[in-house]
Design a protein around this ligand. Structure first.
Ligand code: PFF
Length: 454
């Protein structure tokens, strides 16, 4: 019988490779595009504080839990629950993750396609001399009046599939190790430029001075969703990557490192963007367009700006690529291990289905704008439902599973690598996954959707 040979599963080669790949999944458009605009729409500094609290109190423990599930089971998200809880319906949590993966890949690759359009524009001088009003108009007409978003989506999707076809170690690990540090450096350069613009102080105030009167239930839910989205947790991406991690890796250490890198990049993106937002007189609540209007504006103010712009959008595209490959890997691991397809067939099937969803999402302000559900176009629907509903719900079920339905000693065994690490934080971790995280996620969720009023 032809089937998946589990003894031949691929794996990451080194400790650094693991962090680079997981951070590669975490760091992406979520940090540089989504974080600033969601923060801008949700009150600035107060959002940042709530975001940081949730990141450390809930995000890191959820990430550790996913790594435990993945490495313990050596499977994709559906297979993982089937191995760890045979005969029980927990595998449905994995199925929910696969659905999230499809939805995220569709809209996320569409945004990744925008970065390609922006690389093209820097090369052809499309931004030159444009004011922020003109840059806004340019962004809007690109999204609503042409088929180009679908074209760029397709290019990006094919690049993603090609890397995943290369396999875990060769394809994913190698590419991330080089690209991530480069992006970090370039982001620092942009922060410096943004901070020296006239009027930059107001942006720093907006980002760092909390005004708690602006906080509502929705704000906290948005922060929770953003943490989950940014860390790639709640849908099995980290379960899948965890399944490729070797037995001597310190899972808690990896989670902390990845989360710190991810947070640092998000905060740096905030520092690069908000001073410029105020210097250019743009509204911080400009939504999805924010990063794509502000960044070209900053580049125009820099000597040699178009070279920087080219490098930046290229690296942003690459950061997005290290994230899209992690999402596609979830689907491919599921198809090949559960449905017993060859890796190649799994990739082709996943890619073809992604074309349908992704092209619909990428043209959601143009050709496909009439397709709506709950009043949202496909892009907004995928973006909002995954981050604010599916990922937190997935995270909730993951911690409940490990905290209440899986033997504690096995969890400790996995976190301490069979007793060779001390894992002194274990009691705190266990308390969080049993009580703090489930209660907090439930309250934030119910409050955010208006079913509970506090
Ligand atoms: N964490 C990625 C980012 O912030 O750009 C987005 C993402 C990747 C979400 C992978 C979910 C995922 F499984």
């Amino acid at each position: 019988m032809s089937g998946f040979d589990f003894s031949k599963r691929d794996s990451f080669g080194s400790r650094l490779g693991v962090v680079a790949a997981a951070a590669g999944s975490a760091v992406g458009l979520g940090n540089i595009w989504r974080f600033p605009y969601v923060l801008g729409e949700n009150g600035g500094g107060a959002f940042l504080i709530i975001y940081l609290v949730i990141m450390f109190a809930i995000g890191i423990p959820v990430m550790m839990s996913e790594l435990v599930i993945g490495r313990r089971s050596q499977r994709n998200p559906v297979g993982a629950f089937r191995v760890l809880a045979p005969g029980k319906p927990w595998y449905l949590v994995g199925m929910m993750g696969i659905i999230s993966a499809f939805m995220i890949l569709a809209f996320y690759t569409a945004v990744a396609g925008w970065t390609l359009e922006y690389i093209y524009q820097t090369l052809t001088g499309g931004f030159s001399g444009k004011s922020s009003v003109e840059l806004t108009a340019m962004f809007d007409s690109f999204r609503s009046e042409s088929l180009r978003p679908a074209l760029w989506f397709s290019v990006f999707m094919i690049a993603t599939s090609a890397i995943v076809l290369g396999g875990v170690r060769k394809g994913i690990e190698k590419s991330t190790k080089i690209m991530m540090p480069l992006l970090f450096i370039l982001l620092l350069v942009m922060c410096i430029k943004s901070l020296t613009l006239p009027g930059a102080g107001k942006g720093m105030e907006f980002l760092f001075k909390p005004d708690f009167s602006k906080i509502t239930g929705t704000t906290v839910l948005m922060a929770l969703g953003q943490v989950f989205f940014s860390l790639s947790i709640g849908m099995g991406t980290i379960i899948t990557y965890g399944s490729y991690i070797q037995k001597d890796n310190n899972l808690a250490g990896t989670s902390v490192q990845v989360s710190l890198i991810d947070t640092a990049v998000a905060v740096l993106a905030g520092i690069a963007i908000f001073p410029a937002v105020f210097a250019f007189g743009i509204s911080p609540s400009s939504g999805e367009a924010l990063t794509f209007i502000v960044l070209p504006g900053i580049f125009q103010q820099m000597p040699g700006g178009m070279i920087f712009a080219f490098m930046f959008f290229l690296l942003l595209a690459l950061a997005a690529l290290t994230s899209t490959i992690s999402v596609l890997e979830v689907i491919v691991a599921y198809f090949s291990e559960q449905l017993r397809l060859t890796r190649r067939k799994a990739i082709i099937l996943a890619t073809l289905s992604m074309f349908v969803l992704g092209i619909t999402a990428s043209l959601s302000l143009g050709l496909t704008s009439r397709i709506k559900l709950f009043g949202l176009n496909t892009f907004d629907l995928f973006n909002t439902t995954t981050a604010n509903i599916l990922l937190p719900l997935g995270g909730l079920l993951i911690v409940i599973f490990l905290g209440w339905f899986f033997p504690g000693r096995d969890v400790k065994d996995e976190l301490s690598n069979g007793g060779s690490l001390k894992a002194r934080y274990y009691s705190l971790y266990r308390f969080i996954i049993r009580f703090v995280a489930p209660i907090a996620i439930t309250i934030v969720f119910l409050n955010g959707i208006g079913l509970l009023k506090i």
